[in-house]
Design a protein around this ligand. Structure first.
Ligand SMILES: [Zn+2]
Ligand SMILES: [Zn+2]
Length: 131
């Protein structure tokens, strides 16, 4: 994890490592509140600042849904993200699930627009809830 942060030019402080590990361990995207519950030793504003640092360093994906969620980005490229996958939001259990094998379809934008982030959220019922 230390090397992962360093690769992205982020100094691996103990707090940052703790937050990155919590995201890794979760296995699915976490909201700020969910992250706070998992790293009790760090206060919310600190977590938020760290997530912002991660975001700027392209270390996390930021998923805008009913709440904003974060996950580690495992892209191996600096200039393009090869870890962009579709997410599924279950309207019954309110879980956000990574569909790792479902890549986000390419989106063409008109000239002059410079996309910085792309998230693709499908809403519905997950298999556990009887989808
Ligand atoms: Zn469900
Ligand atoms: Zn994901």
């Amino acid at each position: 994890m230390k090397a992962f942060l360093e690769q992205h030019g982020v100094k691996p402080t103990p707090n940052r490592l703790l937050i990155a590990r919590a995201l890794e361990k979760a296995g699915s995207p976490l909201s700020l509140l969910e992250l706070e519950a998992r790293v009790e030793s760090i206060d919310k504003s600190n977590i938020f600042r760290t997530l912002n640092t991660f975001r700027k360093a392209h270390l996390v994906h930021v998923l805008e849904g009913e709440v904003v969620r974060y996950e580690l980005c495992h892209s191996t490229h600096e200039d393009h993200d090869d870890d962009l996958h579709v997410h599924f939001y279950c309207v019954l259990c309110h879980k956000t699930i990574c569909l790792e094998d479902t890549p986000v379809p390419p989106v063409k934008v008109p000239q002059g627009y410079r996309p910085q982030a792309l998230s693709y959220l499908v809403k519905g019922v997950c298999p556990q809830c009887g989808g």
